[in-house]
Design a protein around this ligand. Structure first.
Ligand SMILES: Nc1ncnc2c1ncn2[C@@H]1O[C@H](COP(=O)(O)OP(=O)(O)OP(=O)(O)O)[C@@H](O)[C@H]1O
Ligand SMILES: [Mg+2]
Length: 232
């Protein structure tokens, strides 16, 4: 029986109507293993971000089903979907999406404050995460004073702050040089190995292949190829 921890089944997504309609996903079925790093590759426009948006409960399929943390997302109302997203999923983006007028520490804290305003120890949690990612001497720096690789580490700390079991990353290394990119690949792989996170990375960047347990290749809204790799 296919694992339904994080999965889509026969999912269809279209944008627009009539002649302008784009069929972004055409009946995709894929299961993303718990405690593994799955890589989604494919040309521009093949549907990678759309697939990640389904898994992130940011978009609903026109047809087909989505499971997140074993829950059938189709059966949830908007509020329940938002709660699932908030507690189970961390997001990482190519453009970091940090707030410019806040320090690294406050950027991470803000993520926690939105999740749980009552949590008193959020400053400690945020500091520990940043120290863990080698940013102990940059806690009070604003994003403009950080390198792209450092910004992405702050963004990953923010994504992890609420301890979500699932991390979804859309082109997380596309704005980074080779060394910073490898560092981010290793950080996300460690989250799988050491903390049992389930990570899905969308990327054009082929260096992810050596860090992934499995690769799915999309083409024109469909799965072209899937392979299991035994990277250990
Ligand atoms: N909000 C939207 N409105 C209209 N069309 C959209 C929207 N989002 C995506 N599309 C279209 O759906 C298709 C799949 O887009 P998607 O962003 O998922 O591709 P992608 O594989 O992530 O591409 P890239 O590598 O360029 O990020 C494309 O043809 C795109 O133009
Ligand atoms: Mg995309």
């Amino acid at each position: 029986m296919p694992d339904k921890f994080l999965a889509v089944e026969d999912a269809h997504v279209s944008f627009g109507n009539g002649d302008a309609q784009v069929r972004a996903l055409r009946g995709i079925s894929a299961s993303f293993e718990r405690g593994a790093l799955s890589l989604v590759m494919g040309p521009s426009g093949s549907g990678k971000t759309t697939l990640l948006s389904l898994l992130g409960c940011l978009l609903s399929p026109d047809d087909g089903t989505v499971f997140v943390d074993g829950v059938l997302v189709n059966a949830l109302n908007g509020e329940q979907k938002a709660a699932l997203r908030r507690t189970k999923i961390g997001f990482v983006f190519q453009s970091f999406r940090l707030l410019h007028s806040l320090s690294a520490l406050d950027n991470v804290c803000l993520g926690l404050e939105i999740r749980d305003p009552k949590q008193p120890e959020r400053m400690t949690t945020a500091r520990e995460l940043l120290v863990h990612f080698g940013l102990g001497d940059k806690l009070n720096h604003e994003p403009d004073g950080l390198s792209p690789g450092e910004k992405q580490r702050v963004a990953i700390a923010r994504a992890l702050a609420g301890k979500p079991p699932i991390l979804l990353a859309d082109e997380p290394t596309a704005s980074l040089d080779a060394e910073a990119g490898r560092n981010i690949c290793q950080i996300l792989r460690n989250q799988v190995e050491q903390h049992g996170k389930t990570v899905v990375v969308v990327s054009h960047d082929s260096r992810w292949q050596e860090y992934a347990h499995r690769t799915i290749i999309l083409s024109d809204g469909q799965i072209k190829h899937q392979e299991q790799v035994t990277n250990s």
